[in-house]
Design a protein around this ligand. Structure first.
Ligand code: ADP
Ligand code: MG
Length: 696
């Protein structure tokens, strides 16, 4: 009976209320959770190293007996108390010390057998381990703790390694023999995977290194598979629903492209062709467009909008900030009229949260009547009152700024419209395909010609005068500059105060001879718009700002970006900020000011200096932060992955995805007998998927 796996751990013999609550704190509620509480590492205690064989090159594990014990004050450090023991085995003696842990007295009686794990160091002419991990071994539970690959866990409060091993072993003995494997047999045999019980045994107490690896592979596959299954179902479901076959042959979009003041890059052309092919098909497009900052995604999006418009449909273009919405609105309007494709005939609307009641009603009415053909807006577009007459295409710019929930709301406003999602946080392609498993992926892999890589330099706070000087020189040469201050939500008001103060200082100090303005997200929209407009027109030299500039802003004449307190920005964010400059053929600079010395901030600055390419930056960012944080835990569902690592196991992830796709095509309702345990497992983890499966 599978039921017993859901037995609360507190009913296990050996787990009292106190330990049960310690388990609960780390998310271990049931026997199943306990079995899935994986070790953080293993110790090879098959052939214990003898003391005579110890070196100082790495950590070793030895088995030895306590010979003597002493506690005393430290000679070197006042107020420190030292616990020192000498242990021996048949080949020699070893000294071990711990600081300020007087309770250790309880453990180290002469004659006690210990397993010690630590890195030996040379001290006063002999080998010593400082604060080694230790366990007391007794003969009765020896097979779990010695003579094998031994699991090492992070111990919840008040539990020892030995206790955890014993209780997990008990759970295995009592409950594993009865469990079903929810991974269908044909997948397991095709992928050559251990069954579930065997994996759950060997992940804790591997019979050999190889069995541990196999157990790890199976359990990782399982996680990937469960992660991919809903994506596969969603993809399938959408494919079956009728979408719009757009008329891609009319000339509106072509005219627009032809009249642009520049040639499209090959990357842009290729992606436009991919989007057209998708839009022509009767199925709804679900495409993710990746392209580095400045690669020219906006014109691609506009071409797609016009493709929808020329066949009589409306297009909605959603962006994360009002400033960006306004910028797109104005640029697209001028491109359409300048392009001579009778801009007057195509009606563009702008809808943001700050639109006044009367005006807003009017805009909404125009959209509902179908008179507005391209609607640009912020998440104000998602409001219930906004209805479209004939919504044919949705573009979501800077998608990483929206939650999954927000992203999926807009399509509800049409009848299965095409969707184009754009991002400047590129990720390795295979990873993109598998993580956004329900999307197709297009990539613009080049920048428009003539762009010079932005020169990035790191300054200490003491050296920032030099950064300012560089900015001044740029301005004197006819360019413009930004200075950005970090703003974190919790201290928003405080940070804005900081930015205001700096602005006053700069205005009366370093930059007193120039025209500068302050812009931040709490200012009235009209004010922000006016400042951006002035900056764009070249009537301002320097913009002091909070992160409202982070995404999308396009002022080609700006060549200098100064980032203050740069350590407070993530790597991708820094790259986005840098993307505000280097948008013309002039040389540009990104100056990072920070005194931070943590390894993480240093790694970020180094990556910024070394790489200009967004794909490299994203890969570095992934490495520094790990996938969960990189993609946003909740957003991506990656927190479900406990041991599987999408970066290091990309091939396995891909196989799991393929297996999931294959399975849902064969059995979209997961109704076949062989797939029923899988369905149960899926619904237990994600109850919300009931609907997805049923209608699949
Ligand atoms: P992003 O991909 O970051 O959204 P944008 O769409 O804002 O980039 O484009 C960046 C700048 O490059 C804009 O000023 C745009 O007009 C210009 N641009 C786009 N495509 C080309 C091209 N093929 N050649 C020259 N300039 C281009
Ligand atoms: Mg953009």
């Amino acid at each position: 009976m599978e039921e017993s796996l859901f037995l609360p751990v507190r009913y296990l013999k050996g787990v009292g209320p106190k330990r049960a609550s310690a388990f609960e704190k780390i998310g271990v509620n049931t026997v199943e959770d306990l079995l899935y509480y994986f070790p953080k590492r293993y110790e090879d205690r098959r052939d214990p190293i003898f003391i005579s064989g110890l070196k100082t090159d790495k950590a070793y594990t030895v088995k030895a007996e306590v010979l003597s014990f002493a506690q005393r004050r430290s000679f070197q450090r006042r107020g420190f108390q030292v616990t020192e023991i000498t242990v021996r085995d048949s080949t020699g003696k070893l000294c071990c010390v711990w600081f300020n842990q007087p309770y250790l007295k309880e453990y180290f009686k002469a004659g006690t057998n210990l397993i010690l794990h630590g890195k030996p160091e040379e001290y006063a002419g002999r080998l010593q381990m400082n604060s080694p991990e230790f366990e007391i071994v007794s003969d009765e539970d020896e097979p779990l703790n010695i003579g094998r690959l031994v699991p090492v866990y992070s111990c919840p409060n008040g539990m020892t390694q030995r206790y955890l091993r014993r209780i997990i072993k008990k759970a295995q003995d009592g409950y594993l023999s009865k469990i079903d494997d929810f991974l269908p047999f044909d997948i397991r045999s095709r992928e050559n995977l251990f069954n579930r019980a065997k994996s759950l045994i060997n992940i804790h107490f591997p019979a050999s290194q190889q069995d541990q690896e196999e157990a790890y592979r199976r359990l990782s596959f399982e996680e990937f598979f469960i992660f991919e299954l809903p994506l596969a179902l969603r993809k399938l479901r959408r494919r079956e629903k009728a979408g719009i076959a757009h008329n891609v042959e009319r000339e509106l979009a072509d005219n627009f492209i032809e009249k642009l003041p520049f040639e499209l890059t090959r990357g842009q052309q290729k992606v436009i062709a991919e989007i057209r092919a998708d839009m022509a098909k009767p199925a709804a497009m679900q495409r993710l467009l990746q392209g580095d900052v400045g690669s020219g995604k906006t014109v691609v999006a506009v071409a797609a909008c016009l493709t929808a418009v020329q066949g009589g449909y409306q297009a909605a273009f959603m962006v994360p900030t009002e400033v960006l919405a306004r910028q797109h609105y104005e640029k697209i309007r001028s491109q359409l009229s300048g392009a001579g494709c009778q801009g007057g005939e195509i009606k563009i609307g702008l809808l943001t949260g700050s639109a006044k009641d009367k005006e807003r009603k009017k805009i909404i009415k125009e959209i509902e009547a179908g008179r507005t053909q391209i609607v640009i807006g912020t998440h104000a577009l998602l409001e219930e009152s906004v209805k479209f007459k004939k919504l044919g295409l949705i573009v979501i710019d800077e998608q990483h700024k929206f939650g999954v929930g927000q992203r999926s709301l807009l399509p509800e406003k049409g009848s299965n419209p095409d969707v184009l999602i754009m991002t400047a946080t590129p990720i390795p392609r295979t990873l993109a395909i598998t993580l956004y498993g329900d999307l197709d992926v297009s990539v613009i892999n080049e920048l428009p010609p003539g762009r010079i890589p932005v020169k990035t330099v790191h300054f200490s706070k003491e050296g920032k005068r030099r950064a300012y000087e560089l900015a001044r020189n740029q301005i004197l040469a006819g360019s413009q500059a930004y200075i950005v201050y970090p703003v974190i939500e919790e201290s928003y008001a405080l940070d804005i105060e900081g930015a205001k103060k700096m602005y006053e200082e700069l205005r009366s100090g370093e930059f007193r001879d120039f025209r500068l303005a302050l812009i931040h997200g709490r200012m009235k929209q009209a004010e922000q718009d006016e400042i951006m407009r002035d900056f764009k027109k070249g009537e301002l030299d320097l913009l002091v700002s909070t992160t409202v500039l982070e995404v999308g802003i396009d002022v080609p004449n700006a060549t200098c970006m100064i980032v203050e307190d740069a350590e407070r920005f993530g790597l991708s964010q820094l790259h986005q900020l840098r993307g505000r400059v280097g948008r013309s053929s002039k040389e540009s600079f990104c100056l990072l000011i920070s005194n931070a010395s943590s390894a993480r901030s240093r790694a970020r600055f180094e990556a910024m200096i070394k790489y200009n390419d967004g794909f490299c930056i994203a890969e570095e960012d992934l490495k520094i932060r790990g996938p969960g944080e990189f993609f946003g835990q909740r957003q991506s569902g990656l927190s479900e992955l406990r041991i599987a690592d999408p970066l290091r196991q990309m091939r396995l992830l891909k196989r799991a995805r393929e297996a999931a796709l294959k399975l849902v095509i064969k059995d979209p309702g997961l109704q076949q007998r062989a797939n029923r345990p899988l369905k149960e497992q899926l619904l237990r983890r994600f109850p919300a998927y009931e609907k997805l499966i049923m209608t699949g």
